[in-house]
Every structure is written in structure tokens, then in C-alpha cells.
Design a protein around this ligand. Structure first.
Ligand code: ZN
Length: 396
């Protein structure tokens, strides 16, 4: 296989974090600082370029794979992350997926093995805490780099931007129609009975459970983020995947104006004689651009908030780092809750007053599913207190 031209950013460890404020290096300290950060009455410096929908009291949340680790999903750069444990791993590149039938077979075989557990995984206490913070009025938007759709599941009422798309659907690269991933899994099982039998066996032994890494290693399986399971030396080239049903029924006109055609074998598997009807997960693959409307919505979400809180991301991906840089340029207080270093973080906290008690910036390294519920409780307590005081004032 050819060496990829694009380098995956920051697969090595980033410099360790400096905790801000200094006392935020314990769970109680981090809870206090995060509580101060989220509930500070208003920004103490004028924000640049406020838009009409701007709400300076509210925080925009930006999450990465770290928030889903407690749901049993692999992350990239954490201590148990794929780039840390599985040094030869690299995600599929967009161009490779679009142009190479063999690469797609390999992708779908691994996705077929990983989907069941991914589909079973559920949002954790970190996602639920974000929902609670939203209900209490502290959050304006959530921007996530995650493709697991846990935010949309945990808080459908809170505006959420899925920066890198989602795995719950497929999109045809030719006619752009979408279909649910769960139906596709059934088609893959039908087209690949031997793989389906292997998957059944792996599921029965628990080898694919995230809680069972020893069993998984014993079977030689490698679980990676985004529902990818690698079985070294597996016969990926035998794997079959279906064609887009829309293109199959009505072959589309291609971008260059020529007629597309879709050929399938007797079972309905896509044939490499085709020039259309290729389905792709509705995620932004490595080397693929984020759709302009999504990119604009994320930028607007930053402009509409008074603060940004990063949860479970090292911001190694440019599109995420850039949003925090945008926040910094607007003088927005920045909070980061992440285990391990974050790209360029020292610049986000440059010039911060030593008397900052969390209102102007916070950096802590606690588990999101443990600390965020504590923050919710603390804020709920202070809200209840404020209500009681107001009632007392009214009664007087
Ligand atoms: Zn199609």
C-alpha cells in the first residue's frame, strides 16, 4: 500500500497541562473552578464581533472522543487511545475510500464487526450532565467532533452541531441519498455469511466488549474509534457490500455529465464494473472537508456564546483547534476539561490574571463523567439558594 501523503496530526504525546486555577488539581477544586466558569455573571472584557444571537452569559461546549470513553468507546489520543496503544493504526482516508474498491471492502468489513457494540453503547453521565446544564440555561450550543450521536441522543432539545457527521446513516457519494446504518448492517450480514458467523462467535465470547480487553487481545482483535475492529490477516478482499438502492433503481447522471451505471452480482453486491452507487458513512473522513454550512454553524455558535468549554478533546484536529482559537481572538474565557495535553493550550491562557478564580479560564484534568455531574449539583444548589433568597426578598 502506498504511503499516505497526509500526516495524521499529533499522534505523539502533547506537553502536559498546567492546571488553572492551581487549586483545580483535585476533584473538589476542579468542581469549584468549573462552577465559577459556567456561572460567571457576565464577561469581564468586551467581546469582539458579537452577533445578534449573542448571549454572553452562556457557554458553547466543544467535545471530542474523550467524553465517550466512559460509554466504552475507544478514543484516539488518551492513555488508552488508539494512537497510544496501536501505533500502526491509521484511519481510512477519504480519497482512498472514494477511489478504491479494496479499501472499501476492508473498511466495511471492519465496520461490520465494530457496529454492534457501537450501536449498543449509550451516552454516559458526562453527556447527561451536559443535558442538565442545558436545561438549567448555562449552554447555548454543543459542537461535537464525535460521530457516535450520543449528544443528539442525550439532549435532542439542545442545539448540537455534529462537526464530523455521524455513523448512524450512510450517504451515497453519487446521488446523495441517505439510509440508516442499522439496515445496512443487515445487508452486510446477508452478503457475508461467513463474516456474520464470525461476528456472532465474537459477540458470544464477549471478545468485542470494551469491558473485555484481555479476551479481545487473545483473539487478536484491535478495537479502534468510530466502530472499527481490525482482525489482522483477515480475508478482507472477500467482503461484499451493497450498492446504493436509489442509484441501482435510477442510475444518476455523474458530476461530469456522463451517465452513471450500477452493476451488482446476483446477491446485490456492488460490482467494480460500476461507476456509481457507492455508499459512504455520513462522517467526515480524514482528508475530507467539512460541509460549509456545518463549518459556518460552528463558527456562529462560537460567536453567539460568551465562553467555550472543551470536554475530552486534545484539539489535535485543525477544525476543532481553530474554533477555540476563534474564541480566544474574541477574548472569550476558555475552559478545558481533558485528560492529557491539548494542542497550543498555553496560548489560550496567555495573559490570564493570577487572581482568576475560574471565571476567566479553567484547565483541569478530571474524568468528565465524574466531575460534570458534581458541577451540575453545585450549580443546582446555588440556583436553589438564589431562588430562596429571591423569594425571601419578595416576602419582605
Ligand atoms: Zn445513490
Amino acid at each position: 500500500m502506498k504511503k499516505p501523503l497526509m500526516r495524521i496530526p499529533y499522534t505523539g504525546p502533547l506537553p502536559p497541562a498546567t492546571i488553572i486555577p492551581r487549586y483545580a488539581n483535585t476533584p473538589a477544586g476542579a468542581r469549584h473552578a468549573l462552577t465559577r466558569f459556567l456561572s460567571a455573571p457576565k464577561e469581564s472584557q468586551a467581546l469582539a464581533s458579537s452577533s445578534p444571537g449573542h448571549d454572553s452569559k452562556k457557554t458553547v461546549i466543544l467535545t471530542g472522543a474523550g467524553i465517550s470513553v466512559a460509554s466504552g468507546l475507544a478514543d484516539y489520543r488518551g492513555t488508552g487511545g488508539t494512537y497510544t496503544l496501536n501505533r500502526t493504526y491509521r484511519p481510512i482516508y477519504y480519497n482512498e475510500f472514494i477511489t478504491n474498491h479494496e479499501a472499501r471492502k476492508r473498511y466495511w468489513a471492519r465496520s461490520f464487526l465494530g457496529w454492534t457494540n457501537l450501536n449498543r453503547a449509550r451516552p454516559n453521565a458526562g453527556h447527561i450532565a451536559v443535558k442538565e446544564l442545558g436545561c438549567m440555561g448555562f449552554i447555548s450550543n454543543v459542537i461535537t467532533q464525535n460521530v457516535d450521536s450520543f449528544h443528539s441522543a442525550a439532549h435532542p432539545e439542545l442545539p448540537t452541531i455534529e462537526l464530523h457527521g455521524y455513523l448512524r446513516a450512510l450517504v451515497c457519494i453519487h446521488c446523495h441519498s441517505q439510509l440508516p446504518r442499522s439496515d445496512f448492517q443487515t445487508s452486510l450480514a446477508t452478503l457475508n455469511p461467513q463474516w456474520a458467523a464470525f461476528l456472532e462467535e465474537m459477540l458470544a465470547t464477549g471478545a468485542l466488549d470494551s469491558e473485555n480487553p484481555a479476551e479481545r487481545r487473545a483473539k487478536g482483535l484491535k478495537s479502534n474509534p468510530d466502530g472499527d475492529v481490525d482482525v489482522p490477516d483477515a480475508p478482507y478482499t472477500t467482503f461484499r457490500y451493497p450498492a446504493c438502492p436509489t442509484c441501482l433503481a435510477n442510475p444518476p447522471t455523474l458530476a461530469d455529465g456522463t451517465q452513471g451505471f450500477v452493476e451488482v452480482d446476483s446477491d446485490g453486491a456492488w460490482s467494480s464494473n460500476s461507476n456509481a452507487g457507492v455508499l459512504k458513512p455520513a462522517v467526515v473522513m480524514f482528508g475530507e472537508s467539512i460541509a460549509p454550512d456545518i463549518k459556518n454553524a460552528a463558527e456562529e455558535a462560537i460567536n453567539n456564546a460568551g465562553r467555550v468549554l472543551v470536554i475530552g478533546s486534545s484539539l489535535a484536529t485543525y477544525s476543532a483547534w481553530r474554533l477555540v482559537k476563534q474564541a480566544k481572538e474574541r477574548n472569550m474565557p476558555i475552559g478545558i476539561l481533558n485528560l492529557g495535553g491539548v494542542r497550543g493550550e498555553e496560548n489560550f491562557y496567555a495573559g490570564l490574571s493570577p487572581s482568576n478564580d475560574g471565571e476567566m479560564g479553567v484547565r483541569c484534568e478530571e474524568k468528565a463523567d465524574e466531575i460534570l455531574p458534581m458541577v451540575v449539583n453545585a450549580l443546582r444548589g446555588s440556583q436553589a439558594l438564589a431562588t430562596a433568597e429571591m423569594q425571601q426578598a419578595v416576602n419582605i
